[in-house]
Design a protein around this ligand. Structure first.
Ligand code: HMN
Length: 296
């Protein structure tokens, strides 16, 4: 089994101004994240535009991150795909390339509408890398899945031998807590909503995966530190800084904005691919000012 701890960055995939992969930029990003205190890398997730990359590009991106990380922190590869054959291929590739953990969303164009069918999909992907720990990726806002995640976990624990974790990306803290109760120490339940980290810590979270850990990890480390010391006033203040930041970024094309922020911080990531919008040059200048106004 695998157990994740602390902040896991859902990594950006570096591209050039045409939107082609620029994998030479992976190493500087990884160094920056590890320097910032990030304790894991989640590759080709939503943040990494995994679903907007071809299968060959996903494999190349995976290999670049594995090489740059060189085994220093746990590395998770997201392999979800509407084609289960491609998902299996990506899972097998990730395991052979040296990923520590494989993770996947369910197919989401056609949806698995009942628990046995969804478990069958998960088992199919997880079995392609049978000796590698598997984390199911629950992100209903993107997949449109309406399956009860708590009941899914109960079935998954029984039927998928290498299912050892869940990446829970939703805002229902009561459900996140129920997932931890059902997991009962057998599964690692990881939180995916950066703006609610403090609430998640209160329910027992010990690890979180997210996009904003690429740029403002120190704020979240202070939340964890203050929470551990039982200084909730300080923890709330730091969480509020994250909330203000995320509210600001939501006034821009979100991930393109964070890629621009990384460029301002000396780690150029290029643009995002369609259908995500690019920042206009006007937005690039206002973003720079807005970040300064937030003290970032
Ligand atoms: C990934 O797969 O890239 C993520 O870990 C996704 C992550 O959970 C993000 N959630 C969504 O994109 C829905 C969060 O980091 C999110 O960007 C953040 O909480 C700001 O809203």
């Amino acid at each position: 089994t695998a157990r994740l701890n602390g902040l896991i960055a859902a990594t950006y995939t570096p591209m050039n101004t045409d939107g082609d992969l620029e994998l030479a930029q992976v190493a500087p990003l990884v160094e920056r994240l590890l320097d910032d205190g990030v304790q894991g890398l989640y590759v080709c997730g939503s943040t990494g535009e995994g679903m907007s990359l071809s299968t060959a590009e996903r494999k190349a991106t995976t290999e670049a991150f594995i090489t740059a990380n060189a085994g220093r922190v746990p590395l998770i590869v997201q392999v979800g795909h509407n084609s289960l054959a491609d998902a299996r291929d990506l899972a097998q590739h990730a395991a052979q390339a040296g990923a520590d953990i494989v993770s996947a969303t369910c197919p989401s164009y056609f949806k698995a509408n009942d628990i046995p069918t969804l478990v069958e999909c998960i088992a199919d992907i997880a079995a392609a890398a049978p000796n590698t720990p598997f984390y199911y990726y629950h992100i209903p806002g993107m997949t449109g899945s309406t399956i009860d995640i708590v009941r899914l976990l109960e079935a998954g624990i029984e039927q998928v031998p290498n299912l050892v974790g869940l990446k829970y990306t939703d805002t229902k803290l009561f459900e996140f807590q129920a997932c931890q109760a059902v997991a009962d120490g057998k599964l690692d339940i990881v939180f995916g909503c950066d703006e609610m980290l403090l609430g998640a810590l209160a329910t027992g979270a010990t690890a979180a995966i997210g996009s904003t850990y690429n740029v403002i990890a120190p704020i979240y480390l202070r939340i964890i530190e203050a929470f551990v010391k039982n200084d909730l006033t300080a923890a709330r203040e730091e969480q509020m800084r994250s909330i203000e930041f995320i509210r600001l970024m939501n006034t821009y094309p979100f991930h393109s904005g964070i890629k621009e922020m990384l460029r301002l911080q000396g780690v150029p990531m290029g643009r995002c691919r369609l259908p995500q919008q690019q920042l206009t040059s006007e937005q690039c200048s206002t973003l720079k000012q807005d970040l300064q106004d937030l003290g970032l």
